[in-house]
Design a protein around this ligand. Structure first.
Ligand SMILES: NC(=O)C1=CN([C@@H]2O[C@H](COP(=O)(O)OP(=O)(O)OC[C@H]3O[C@@H](n4cnc5c(N)ncnc54)[C@H](O)[C@@H]3O)[C@@H](O)[C@H]2O)[C@H](O)CC1
Ligand SMILES: [K+]
Length: 547
């Protein structure tokens, strides 16, 4: 991975760094473009080498025959440089201009002149793209998509759109320059159409959209290549979105994997986690959460649950302390015994509230009282989040959209005023309820919405789903890299809540616990999936065993 492999940037941030490199550092724009094009060519050639090994057809040359689709901006310029370097590497390359070649400007126009003088083959689409049908895609082995980069806005217009559709339908492998054309570099939303790449060579820094779905699926494999910009330029302009990989954990959060203990310690060093979870129909949620907190390393774990459930759960997890609430034989949570709950929470270093809870009359004010009384860090999950969403709704501080000013209201003070820190672990539908949005709106800008909610409510947000997003109130956001679709299974979230609670109890800071919890939950899921014939058969208990 490149030295800058843990930053995630927006198109605007990339422009600022671009400007800084060119204007403040004096780095020639032409050199950036040259480095970009060469990096794309090298990665494309590497990939072609791998394809050649597995291919059954004989090729004329060792090299591939590439069709470079060039847009009229700098992304197109990168494509022209790439074409030149591909021929240097023994491949064939022809350039298809999506716009009239005369419309290219500045560095891209210079590159056009160079490839012309070198005699590279050139195709155009005619004035209105009318020549699109004449393209014989069988002539080529692969496509370089240099149509649109970080300067694109909105849906691809004609003839770009038709060209993108045709490239996808050609069945040829596609290597995208910087981002797949049609992708929103900031959010990961994709237009219809959007290039479906086998490989994306992200230039200088990884764009956020490459790491959020559905964009991540369109990008294929992502390689980040340095192009001459200083590796710390994101810091100069205040980039605060990071990839949660080993580098991100180590450089941003001071955490090393594997996460080992100091020698001279005892179980008191590792804290006591209180799990408030499970009810008659969902006792398993509490059990999974408790077990995960134990495997997560908490020195002690107490599981508090409706007392009627105790006899049947005794002995299932001998390492845990069980504490039954008087439930009048119902097996359900209710608003009674707040004082006892608060007393139990007093000497705990972390409290997890919500897995397998269910809802009951008066639960919203019950939760509020509890949260005001608990001084330790709290993880709120599942129905506890639905209670809080109802509270926000009742106090009418919705709707709230990314970028809008927070509205003043009780709910804003509600958690911000807690003594201890709060981590919430919503899935997209729960997040939508909390924000007064629909699920599609949340998924359309997971990073922006998490960041805003975290700032407003002063809570750490863990927005679950493929590429979980973790947002801290100071504005820092992390995007997780571990995990697999096999983890979309009942109980997986209960396990995550238990791990994060456990790490909090061990004294990690909130953002450290959330980030390491999410990362290791995903890593364990990946290990557990690898040990099975298919990730479809993964169940939540497997994740715990693989921790
Ligand atoms: N970041 C860097 O340091 C470097 C980046 N390089 C590459 O440059 C692009 C960004 O280039 P830019 O010229 O700003 O924009 P684009 O090439 O992405 O496209 C702009 C071009 O396209 C037209 N356009 C915009 N939206 C649409 C649309 N929806 N449909 C059709 N046409 C559209 C617009 O009118 C412009 O003319 C970056 O991604 C890198 O690949 C540098 O080469 C090296 C330094
Ligand atoms: K592109």
């Amino acid at each position: 991975m490149a030295a800058n492999g843990h930053y995630l940037v927006t198109a605007q941030e990339m422009r600022e760094m671009d400007r800084h490199a060119i204007e403040e550092t004096g780095f020639p724009a032409m050199v950036l473009m040259e480095n970009a094009g060469r990096a794309i060519a090298e990665e494309a050639a590497k990939l072609a080498g791998e394809w050649n090994k597995t291919s059954t057809t004989d090729r004329k040359t060792n090299g591939f025959r590439w069709l470079i689709l060039a847009g009229k901006g700098n992304n197109g310029g990168d494509g022209l440089v790439c074409a030149r370097h591909l021929t240097d590497l023994g491949h064939e390359a022809a350039i298809l201009y999506a716009a009239h070649p005369d419309s290219l400007q500045a560095e891209a126009a210079q590159q056009r002149d160079i490839v012309r003088k070198l005699g590279l083959a050139e195709l155009t689409l005619g004035t209105n793209g009318q020549d699109l049908q004449k393209i014989d895609w069988n002539q080529w082995d692969g496509i370089i998509d240099a149509l649109l980069g970080t300067g694109s806005s909105g849906k691809p217009r004609e003839p770009y759109a038709s060209l993108i559709r045709a490239a996808n339908e050609s069945g040829l492998p596609i290597v995208s320059a910087d981002i797949p054309s049609g992708l929103d570099a900031d959010t990961g939303s994709v237009s219809e159409p959007c290039i479906r790449a086998a490989l994306t060579v992200a230039l200088a820094f990884c764009k956020r959209g490459l790491m959020q779905y559905p964009g991540a699926a369109s990008a294929g494999k992502v390689v980040v290549r340095a192009i001459g910009m200083a590796a710390d330029s994101p810091n100069l302009i205040g980039v605060n979105t990071y990839l949660l990989n080993k580098m991100g954990l180590s450089r941003r959060l001071g955490l090393e994997i594997p996460f080992n203990r100091e020698q001279d310690t005892h179980k008191g060093t590792y804290g006591h986690t209180l799990i408030m979870a499970g009810s008659a129909q969902m006792s398993g949620a509490g059990l999974l959460c408790t077990r995960a907190a134990l495997r997560g390393g908490s020195g002690l774990v107490t599981w508090m649950l409706p007392g009627q459930l105790i006899p049947m759960l005794t002995g299932l997890q001998p390492e845990a302390i069980l504490r039954g609430l008087d439930d009048g034989g119902s097996g359900q949570w209710s608003s009674v015994q707040t004082a006892e709950l608060l007393q139990t929470a007093k000497n705990k270093q972390a409290v997890v509230i919500g897995p397998g809870f269910g809802r009951w009359d008066g639960d919203v004010s019950w939760l509020r009282e509890l949260l005001e009384g608990i001084g330790a860090p709290v993880v709120l999950d599942a129905d506890a989040l639905n209670m809080w969403a109802d509270y926000i709704k009742e106090t009418a501080v919705i709707p709230r959209r990314a970028g809008a000013e927070p509205e003043k209201g009780d709910a804003v003070r509600y958690l911000a005023g807690r003594k201890g820190l709060t981590i919430i672990t919503p899935h997209p539908a729960e997040m939508a309820r909390l924000c007064g949005l629909n699920t599609a709106e949340v998924q359309g800008d997971r990073i922006g919405i998490s960041r805003q909610f975290s700032r407003e409510q002063q809570v750490i947000v863990v927005l679950k789903g493929a590429r979980t997003v973790i947002a801290a109130p100071d504005g820092d956001v992390y995007v997780n890299t571990t995990g697999n679709p096999g983890m979309a299974t009942g109980g997986s979230g209960d396990v995550l809540a238990g791990i994060i609670g456990s790490l909090l109890a061990q004294g990690l800071e909130g953002i450290q616990a959330a980030a390491l919890g999410v990362y290791s939950h995903g890593l364990a899921g990946d290990r557990a999936a690898a040990a099975r014939p298919s990730n479809a058969s993964l169940i939540a208990g497997d994740i715990i065993e693989a921790l």
